[in-house]
Design a protein around this ligand. Structure first.
Ligand SMILES: Nc1ncnc2c1ncn2[C@@H]1O[C@H](COP(=O)(O)OP(=O)(O)OP(=O)(O)O)[C@@H](O)[C@H]1O
Ligand SMILES: [Mg+2]
Length: 945
């Protein structure tokens, strides 16, 4: 089997490959590892985590597993983080991925390979730091590519010391490997309360744990014999096992000391070495000279100890002597320049054996010699005993450097140290560092802590521009966490306190404009954007001018102004330079949505698909979930329901992974199920969504769910419930200032529900069918709005059909069908054909009726819209004229009949329908004759059936 993409590991044989000792005992554990490896090849294994106290033999099993995987032709990627490395971003990832060939890295999409190179310090960060998700996506891409060639084992020893940046990237990748033959074999110290390691283990879906138990007496005997050539009496062995707790490392140490003492101990005497492991290790260290110990302290405190580095803090000859001593004592191994502790515990013991002040001094010296800004800052932070601006500044730089490599978590830690070291009087620096720390926390996904930090800062400041910038960030964070209105409130406060006519105040105003739209005041949003545009122009701020112009144009269009395709297209072209704007709110995405509302599906799809593929390349799952939502909606409208379903499924997965956009996905999920006629499921989802939207006071979302509920009721013939929900959906959208007719996709459903319940002139809401229709028609004309033109014709046709103008109605409905067909909206075309077919059938124009109903049926069957297909079928079966139905009445007779049946007196009916009472009576007697009924109550009963 080939392992072409990986540079041969043998070529760079590392210090960490101790010559393997024979493994004694552990038959069950080794078998578990083998079956785990089987599972990686054949499914469904994803991870095996070997746990146990220090020295219990985790690494031994882990190494045996890795060796077996190599024999099975796995590609084995290993990392053995050591304790100090837990402080350097992407140290472990560099070990794992260091051997990847440049060819393989080059096959990754550009943003990913760049992110990986930057993270691994192979490339400069440039202006735009890679998103940390991009690093995770790159790791995922790389291992998936490797897994195409042979199974992959990601082998990580001492998982508890994995640096957070590597951990995030690995976790990200491992949660997404699906069924590819990729497994994680890790060892972790379970007595350590390092939360990261624990989180890791618990976050690995389907990972099994293998908890090591003490070695048996037989195994210990075997171990001591094979490793030391010593054989102890049974009684000593028993005591040795007791003293060591069956821990092989303890047992070996104790055994060696016993051997030194002559191998015998009096019964009843305590074992000379029944001490803690730390004491044992101290003993080994204690023999080293003071110089060697000090040099080892330096080695234990840096992430990558090398001979060259140590030679910068002590004389080279002293370093060489010290290392010779340490190698002889089996404390470290040296290969070429690199130094490695033979046991990671030794490094911690060395480090802990010095006093805190000794360690501080050492960190201070190391800070002067390490090259990496991030690591330098860490040394300085530990070395600093007290508040110190210089160190704080170094931490600030280190934080930026970590952030520029896409390691926001480490950046945040350093920035927090910087705050602590900042002199109290320096308010500017404190604020700046706090804002940076909050930003890094936010980028690292720790929104809660970002919010807490910002709230503290806001509370400590008086009103003014300084507090404005803290409020601004807080508003952004709140926008993610809480109801939009709270965020709007804070944005407004920030704007009030910011320097007027400054770039910051313009940016606040632009973000506020968007937040106002989500929070339910599109008009105020558009107005804010306009003000921002004026200020940006006055100040000559180029980037802000473009952003404000785009926001204003989009919001204006939402509020009913014409679409400015010229401006939107320009914004799309300029978008790559608007680096601050998140992808899912980028001009590309929003212009795509606007085109969709206007019924221009082709160009909309092409933009939204671009958003989707850029998000995929970047591994930006937040934007990807938004893009799935957009495209699911689009494909639902376009009648590509399988594609829509796929987007919904992907969206659901992403929403679960990222915790964002779940309401949006729930909406398309409900909508799509509703279209497929899975009524109960859809209704449940929509009602759930509505409750959440109302709680969060999010009118846009509420309106969407109401529209879905209305459509479902209409599908099942609950017309009056449909009218109520749709009327409310209309009112909610209307009340927040939305005037783009395309945002009222449910308008024809509303009109249809009103027509069916004969409540054309009044609904529970402020809108009625006649007004809604006139508005659509008028907007279609004024705005040249293709969707509104189709919907307007359909609605007017539905109204004419019941207003004694069947001829006019048929023409309008036919026109609507043509328009929908041109727009590529088959479901709407089918629905209109169904309405037209019903109308023609009632007029006894059987052939034309049949043609239209068959077209509708064909469309619904083709799409899988089962409920609507049933309705088309039942209409078709009625052609041929069996029992009289209410539909054999003329439209005005029907209106009269329904009003009478619903309990209205003749005079009320006359008023409602602009007839004389006389006409009502004539109509009523014709109705009685046609339907064969003799009273108002009989009429009501007949109409109900
Ligand atoms: N089953 C075994 N057979 C032979 N030697 C063993 C066995 N288990 C452990 N040892 C030896 O005991 C010592 C400690 O084992 P190992 O390094 O695997 O422990 P560990 O659990 O990884 O410890 P740590 O928590 O410190 O990483 C090593 O010298 C190792 O060779
Ligand atoms: Mg180990």
């Amino acid at each position: 089997m080939h392992r072409a993409p990986v540079a041969p590991r043998e070529g760079r044989r590392r210090l960490d490959r101790r010559p393997p000792h024979e493994v004694v005992g552990r038959e069950n554990e080794l078998a578990a590892v083998e079956s785990f490896l089987d599972g990686v090849v054949n499914g469904p294994s994803t991870g095996l985590i070997i746990g146990g106290e220090p020295g219990l033999g985790k690494t031994t099993i882990w190494e045996a597993g890795a060796a077996s995987a190599r024999q099975r032709s796995f590609t084995v990627l290993t990392a053995r983080p050591a304790e100090p490395e837990s402080r350097l971003s992407y140290a472990a990832l560099a070990d794992l991925m260091g051997g990847l060939s440049a060819d393989l890295v080059a096959t990754l999409p550009a943003p990913q390979s760049r992110a990986l190179q930057v993270a691994l310090l192979r490339a400069e960060p440039g202006d735009q730091p890679p998103d940390r998700r991009a690093v995770g996506t790159a790791v995922l891409g790389a291992v998936l590519a490797l897994a195409k060639l042979s199974p992959v084992l990601i082998a990580v020893d001492d998982l508890q010391w994995l640096d957070p940046a590597s951990m995030h990237a690995l976790q990200f990748a491992l949660r997404r490997i699906g069924t590819a033959p990729i497994g994680l074999l890790a060892a972790i110290r379970t007595d350590m309360t390092e939360p990261l390691g624990e989180n890791f283990a618990s976050a690995m879906p389907g990972a099994a744990t293998l908890a090591l138990t003490p070695l048996s007496l037989g195994a210990l005997r075997h171990l001591l014999a094979s490793r030391m050539g010593a054989s102890f009496s049974h009684s000593i062995l028993v005591r040795l096992r007791q003293a060591s707790g069956g821990n092989p490392l303890f047992a070996l140490e104790i055994g060696q000391s016993l051997q030194r003492d002559g191998g015998a101990v009096q019964a009843g005497d305590p074992l000379p070495l029944s001490k803690s492991l730390r004491d044992l290790l101290y003993m080994r260290l204690g023999k080293l000279s003071a110089l060697a110990q000090r040099i080892l302290l330096a080695a234990s405190a840096v992430s990558q100890p090398t001979v060259a580095l140590l030679a910068e803090i002590e004389a080279k000859s002293a370093v060489e002597d010290a290392l010779r001593e340490a190698v002889a004592a089996r404390v470290v191994e040296v290969e070429r320049d690199r130094i490695r502790f033979t046991h990671p515990l030794l490094a911690s013991v060395v480090y802990m054996s010095f006093t805190e002040s000794d360690r501080r001094v050492m960190h201070g010296r190391l800070a002067r010699v390490v090259r990496d800004a991030e690591e330098r800052a860490r040394h300085l932070a530990v070395a600093a005993a007290e508040i110190d601006e210089e160190t704080a500044a170094a931490c600030e730089d280190g934080a930026r450097s970590a952030a520029s490599r896409g390691a926001p978590y480490s950046a945040a830690q350093l920035a927090l140290s910087a705050i602590q070291l900042t002199p109290a009087l320096d308010e500017d620096a404190t604020l700046r560092r706090s804002l940076e720390a909050a930003r890094y926390l936010y980028q690292a996904g720790d929104t809660q802590n970002a919010r807490a930090l910002l709230r503290t800062r806001v509370a400590s400041l008086g009103p003014g521009p300084a507090r404005a910038s803290a409020l601004y960030q807080l508003a952004v964070v709140e926008g993610e966490l809480g109801p939009a209105r709270e965020s709007v409130r804070i944005f407004e406060q920030a704007l009030a306190e910011a320097d007027r006519e400054s770039a910051v105040s313009i940016r606040i105003a632009i973000d506020l404009a968007w937040m106002l739209l989500w929070g339910g005041d599109a008009i105020a949003g558009a107005e804010r954007a306009r003000q921002a545009l004026d200020s940006a122009r006055a100040l000559g701020q180029v980037d802000e001018t473009e952003q404000a112009l785009f926001a204003m144009t989009y919001l204006n269009c939402m509020c009913g102004q014409p679409a400015r395709d010229d401006i939107m297209r320009r914004a799309v072209e300029l978008a790559p330079s608007m680096t601050q704007v998140p992808l899912d709110r980028s001009p590309m995405a929003l212009y795509g949505l606007q085109l969709m509302r206007w019924g221009r599906l082709e160009p909309a799809r092409s933009l939204l698909e671009q958003v989707h593929s850029i998000a995929t390349e970047r591994g930006d799952e937040t934007s990807l979930s938004a893009a799935s939502f957009y495209l699911a909606q689009l494909e639902c409208i376009a009648g590509r329901w399988p594609a829509a379903t796929a987007h919904v499924e992907r969206g659901l997965e992403l929403a679960a992974l990222t915790g964002v956009n779940s309401q949006e996905i729930r909406f398309v999920d409900a909508m799509l199920r509703a279209h497929f006629g899975r009524v109960d499921e859809a209704l449940m989802l929509a009602q759930e969504g509505l409750v959440i939207a109302r709680d969060a006071m999010e009118p846009l979302a509420a309106s969407r769910f109401l529209a879905t509920i209305g459509f479902l009721h209409l599908s099942t013939g609950h017309n009056s419930a449909a009218g109520t929900a749709l009327g409310e959906a209309w009112d909610v959208s209307w009340s927040i200032g939305i005037r783009d007719p395309g945002a009222y996709r449910f308008a024809p459903d509303l009109v249809e529900a009103c027509v069916a319940t004969r409540s054309i002139a009044s609904t529970g809401s402020t809108i009625n069918a006649e007004e809604a229709t006139s508005w659509l028609e008028e907007r279609a004309r004024v705005l040249d709005h293709p969707w509104a033109a189709a919907a307007g014709a359909r609605c007017r046709g539905l109204l004419r059909a019941v207003a004694a103008d069947p001829e006019g109605a048929a023409v309008l409905l036919g026109d609507a069908i043509d328009r929908y067909t041109t727009l590529g909206m088959p479901f709407d075309a089918g629905r209109t054909a169904l309405s037209l077919g019903q109308l023609l059938r009632r007029q006894k124009r059987k052939r034309a009726a049949r043609e239209n109903l068959q077209m509708a049926l064909g469309v619904f069957e083709g799409l899988g819209a089962v409920v609507w297909a049933d309705r088309a079928r039942s209409e078709l079966s009625r052609i041929g004229g069996r029992a009289s139905t209410p539909y054999d009445l003329t439209p005005s007779e029907r209106q009269v009949a329904h009003l009478v049946a619903s309990g209205h007196r003749n005079r009320e009916v006359a008023e409602a329908l602009y007839m004389t009472v006389n006409t009502v009576e004539t109509n009523l007697s014709r109705i009685y004759r046609k339907l064969g009924v003799r009273s108002r109550s009989e009429l009501a009963a007949t109409l109900k059936t």
